[in-house]
Design a protein around this ligand. Structure first.
Ligand SMILES: NC(=O)C1=CN([C@@H]2O[C@H](COP(=O)(O)OP(=O)(O)OC[C@H]3O[C@@H](n4cnc5c(N)ncnc54)[C@H](OP(=O)(O)O)[C@@H]3O)[C@@H](O)[C@H]2O)C=CC1
Ligand SMILES: Nc1nc(=O)c2c([nH]1)NC[C@@H]1CN(c3ccc(C(=O)N[C@@H](CCC(=O)O)C(=O)O)cc3)C=[N+]21
Ligand SMILES: [Mg+2]
Length: 304
């Protein structure tokens, strides 16, 4: 058996098209369009790539894009002052501060300075707490995108067993919360877990977000399971042209023979993360303007 490939680029294109249509209907005049502000401190090369694609895709969706690039040496006061200005700016409906921040800046203080209704990453404790208690909130982009893809593959989450590998605040924890909110039986593993292969073999749904290339072996996978590989790892010098290439956390070539469906890297979770950022920006816009929330933006619906 060869696993079905889950085409994240196709999912993302569908979602972006829906966002674009909705933006055109809600804000026919460009002056009133949803606005996304992305803040980048320092010059992390991977972050530069994501910030560029976020800005470009926001414009393509009919939104306004504001990029704020600050030097590596920016002080916390200066960054917090920028966030306060963006909170007060009625052209800005979504604010994202690219992580990781340089070591001298406290990410918690920075994230919690963002107005919760403009927190399109869903990282503010107010949004985290809402998701944690099963309430409607702004949901972190990566887990939101994973749920949208899973919903097209899994008819009924009740009775399904899921394992999430990784428990970061950005991916693993919110992912586990959403699967629990969908009534899966959820296990969460991390570096201190000693029996991950056994846990993985019980999982109908396996979501891997560890940042360790090749971590998940084919014989960890329950035959027919849905495997979502969130990992983005730059591996040097393996491409034919000698440049870095991207791989996930799953031994993809061998895992394909066992899984029922699997996301590739690149072309899986990554493109959906950015499409969900646009969806969250539109959602934040609707919340701020008192407009009805669009069903396409709910984590209970897939984009098809
Ligand atoms: N596709 C996308 O859109 C996105 C991809 N990513 C990628 O996903 C991956 C995870 O990101 P993020 O959550 O931010 O990373 P973090 O480094 O914050 O968290 C990694 C988690 O994985 C756990 N872990 C690390 N090594 C192992 C191991 N050998 N076995 C089991 N668990 C392990 C860690 O456990 P412990 O806490 O105990 O150390 C931690 O909980 C990265 O590759 C990142 O680049 C991230 C965001 C978006
Ligand atoms: N505040 C904040 N929010 C984030 O959502 C956030 C962040 N900080 N810091 C970094 C991580 C990482 N992340 C990705 C987004 C898109 C791709 C993506 O589009 N990946 C493409 C490949 C892109 C490439 O070639 O590099 C793919 O997988 O096909 C990957 C990773 C968002 N993150
Ligand atoms: Mg940890």
């Amino acid at each position: 058996m060869t696993a079905q490939l889950i085409d994240g680029r196709a999912f993302a294109a569908t979602l972006r098209a829906r966002v674009r249509e909705r933006v055109a209907a809600l804000a026919p005049e460009a002056g009133r369009a949803p606005g996304l502000a992305v803040v980048l401190v320092g010059h992390d090369p991977a972050s530069e790539v994501y910030v560029r694609s976020k800005g470009r895709q926001a414009l393509e969706a009919g939104m306004k894009s504001f990029e704020h690039r600050l030097p590596e040496t920016t002080g916390e006061d200066e960054l917090l002052a920028l966030i306060a200005r963006l909170n007060a700016d009625d052209q800005v409906h979504g604010i994202l501060v690219q992580l990781p921040l340089p070591a001298h800046l406290d990410p918690r203080a920075v994230i919690h300075a963002i107005a919760p209704q403009k927190d399109v990453d869903g990282f503010h404790i107010s949004n985290v707490g809402m998701v944690g208690t099963g309430q409607d909130a702004i949901v972190p982009c990566t887990p939101l995108g994973v749920m949208m893809m899973l919903r097209s593959l899994v008819d009924d989450f009740r009775g399904k067993t899921a394992l999430v590998i990784g428990h970061s605040n950005v991916v693993g924890k919110p992912m586990a919360r959403l699967l629990l909110n969908a009534d899966c039986t959820v296990m969460v593993a991390h570096k201190s877990s000693t029996n991950i292969p056994e846990l993985a073999r019980m999982a109908d749904i396996l979501v891997v977000a560890a940042g360790v290339p090749g971590l998940v072996k084919a014989d960890w996978i329950k035959p027919g399971a849905v495997v979502i590989d969130v990992g983005i790892n730059r591996v040097d010098g393996n491409a034919p042209d000698g440049r870095a290439r991207l791989v996930g956390d799953v031994d993809f070539d061998r895992a394909r023979a066992v899984a029922g469906a699997i996301t590739p890297v690149p072309g899986g979770v990554g493109p959906m993360t950015i499409a969900c950022l646009l969806a969250n920006t539109l959602r934040a816009y609707c919340l701020q303007l008192g407009l009805p929330d669009a069903p396409l933006l709910s984590d209970t619906k897939d984009p098809e």
